[in-house]
Design a protein around this ligand. Structure first.
Ligand SMILES: O=C(O)CCC(=O)C(=O)O
Length: 308
């Protein structure tokens, strides 16, 4: 089959699901279908207030526009084995020009795993806005996991419990991609699937996120108050392959700075996850994946080692 891997297919859009629809069964079916067929979709009219998303984007942008010395106040320590903190990553493009992507990572839930040392103190509203966003986002991601659990014929709590129940962690990342004159030369985020369970992402108006579907890269157009949901490797494995973990990447805009705010919902490092036991107990339901301690799974994926 001929592959169009580097082409875009303008005629396809990622599914958009309106959560304000009163028919919850219909909404749940749409979430399940999109997760089986795409592994990515956008939810609109959800429970996170649009004004809160706007403020989240405002405080994030203000932080990244501060002088470098101020951003260094929350820098990732050089000897840290963890991801939390601010980092600048330089790349050279093919013509030797410098291009860079800035990141800020910090956990936003559960409170016992939050280290405020990595949360910007400037702008002053950053903490309040981000805490409020965390509590809304937790509810939304748990609702989506409930629908996905029922789509597997299981109890609503099954996927959340499989991911670790109340020990599940929410890791926020802010990607700051300055414009690049030739966006084909510098990729914002390389092609990957997310290692975690589920990712909820908002972005500013610049286009960039693309999902791979049927041999094409599809632009994931994000409504200003919409939230993109990305199914990751943990849900793929816990569902024994029913839900797809989507390959995606981020390109850069020629003129505009692009900023995105993914929140990665994932197990704590010592948690063991794998196909949910109820899905592999029948005679013809062999497990398609091995269970892993999440720490080992992440390490092997990062190092590009084989994963069963
Ligand atoms: O910037 C985006 O839209 C995607 C970012 C992403 O995939 C990542 O940070 O892992």
């Amino acid at each position: 089959m001929e592959t169009n891997a580097n082409q875009e297919n303008a005629s396809l859009d990622i599914p958009v699901i309106d959560l304000s629809n009163q028919d919850e069964e219909l909404v749940a079916r749409a979430v399940v279908k999109a997760s089986e067929e795409w592994g990515i979709f956008q939810v609109v009219n959800h429970s996170v207030p649009p004004e809160l998303i706007r403020r989240l984007q405002e405080v994030g942008k203000e932080f990244f526009e501060l002088p470098e010395t101020e951003k260094e106040a929350v820098a990732k320590p050089k000897d840290s084995m963890d991801t939390e903190g601010y980092r600048t990553m330089y790349h050279k493009d093919l013509e030797g020009r410098d291009a860079w992507v800035d990141h800020l990572f910090h956990r936003i839930w559960p409170p016992s795993r939050v280290t405020y040392r990595f949360w910007p103190k400037n702008p002053r509203e950053y903490i309040e806005v981000t805490e409020e966003y965390a509590s809304h986002l937790k509810k939304l991601s748990e609702k989506i996991m409930e629908w996905l659990s029922e789509g597997l014929g299981l109890r609503r709590e099954a996927l959340k419990e499989g991911l670790g129940g109340e020990t599940v962690e929410y890791l926020m990342k802010i990607n700051y991609y300055p414009p690049c004159a030739d966006p084909d030369l510098v990729v914002g985020a390389p092609d990957h699937t997310d290692v975690n369970g589920i990712t909820l992402l908002v972005a500013n108006e610049a286009l960039g996120l693309q999902a791979f579907k049927d041999d094409n890269w599809i632009d994931a157009k994000c409504n200003p108050s919409g939230i993109i949901v990305i199914i990751g490797d943990q849900i793929l494995r816990m569902s024994n392959g029913k839900y797809k973990s989507v390959q995606h990447r981020a390109t850069r805009d020629k003129e505009k700075t692009r900023i995105s705010w993914p929140v990665f919902v994932e197990s704590s490092l010592d948690h063991v996850f794998g196909p949910l036991p109820e899905l592999i107990s029948g005679e013809d339901s062999a497990p398609k994946f091995k269970p892993y301690v999440y720490k080992d799974f992440k390490f092997r994926k990062l190092k590009k080692l084989s994963l069963d």
